[in-house]
Design a protein around this ligand. Structure first.
Ligand code: ZN
Length: 322
């Protein structure tokens, strides 16, 4: 029987202790990598389970088996379209409208709807959802998942009970990662927690990323580029091959963010790297200009512009020849 993460135990006890006396709209929020998706899955399995245990669903009843085979008639998961992986993809209003018959029908047992990520609701779909929140059927629980709940419309927020799932102590985070990846040193774990905003699941994901071990190598190339002011295409071609574009951009955004932090005398995330050789090359204003350029580059690649062309432009900008 799977249990919720240690840092979610309090919320679990609050919710299961109150059940079934609870509002029909719940908001689970917390930074990416805190495990809110996993928590929601555990909780909805428990709500639907016909043989509830104190710490989890039974895992064996008909309801639990339906969930395992992804065929539960009383559970609906709503997200952006499968084929739409763009950063700002929205949840279509049709998907919310299609909920109405589901919440209004009369059935035995509980029904659960999960909307994830709730930030992907646009104005039209939010308004449609408000209707559902105002007139739910009996034994319906609607769960919204969000990284940043302030990005949700106030009209939606005010109708939900809020539960934070990212209140994680440094000890809990460290311990959790140690149990999952015992070969990591405390220094490595601290780096991962720095990069992940102290979110353990994201930290574990970063540990597996292709770019983590290549930061130093890239930083050296970056320093060479701005000191020699030569061959930007050579470096661009190299890094277009070394990493997938999205991986490269993830790495680059972390490094650029730190370079900006050094300029502002703030603490950095890549605690194992030194950015000093890059400092004389850029003004703060220029660094923000690079940041804007990256956002533009991401949009171009989403629109199917070839990444090597985008990388060439970016490296010319990085070389900073005035
Ligand atoms: Zn069960």
């Amino acid at each position: 029987m799977q249990k919720v993460y240690p840092w979610q135990q309090n919320v679990w006890e609050t919710l299961t202790g109150r059940f079934p006396e609870m509002g029909h709209g719940l908001l689970f929020y917390g930074k990416a990598g805190c495990g809110k998706h996993e928590f929601a899955q555990q909780f909805l399995a428990w709500v639907l389970c016909s043989n509830k245990q104190s710490q989890a669903a039974c895992g064996e009843c008909v309801s639990c088996q339906w969930l395992k085979s992804d065929t539960h008639p009383n559970y609906v998961h709503i997200s952006t379209d499968e084929d739409n992986k763009k950063q700002n993809a929205k949840i279509k209003i049709e998907k919310i409208r299609e909920l109405l018959p589901f919440v209004q029908q009369t059935v035995d047992g509980w029904r659960v709807i999960v909307i994830e990520p709730a930030e992907a609701l646009n104005i039209a779909s939010s308004n449609a959802l408000l209707k559902t929140l105002e007139e739910p059927g009996e034994r319906v629980i609607l769960i919204l998942l969000a990284d940043h709940y302030l990005k949700l419309p106030a009209t939606i927020r005010s109708r939900l009970q809020h539960f934070a799932l990212d209140r994680i102590s440094p000890e809990q985070a460290l311990q959790y990662i140690q149990t999952k990846q015992s070969e990591l040193s405390v220094e490595q774990i601290n780096l991962l927690l720095n990069l992940s905003g102290a979110m353990p699941l994201k930290a574990l994901q970063l540990a597996q990323s292709d770019w983590l071990a290549k930061r130093q190598d890239f930083l050296l190339d970056w320093i060479n580029l701005v000191t020699q002011k030569n061959k930007p295409m050579l470096f661009a071609t190299k890094w277009n091959k070394e990493l997938a574009f999205t991986d490269f951009i993830s790495m680059f955004e972390y490094l650029l963010g730190d370079l900006i932090c050094v300029k502002l005398n703030q603490s950095i995330k890549n605690i194992d790297l030194s950015f000093d050789p890059l400092l004389p090359a850029y003004t703060l204003e220029y660094l923000f200009g690079i940041y804007v350029e990256i956002q533009h580059a991401k949009r171009l690649v989403e629109q199917n512009v070839q990444s090597n062309l985008v990388m060439d432009q970016l490296f010319i900008k990085l070389m900073n020849v005035t």
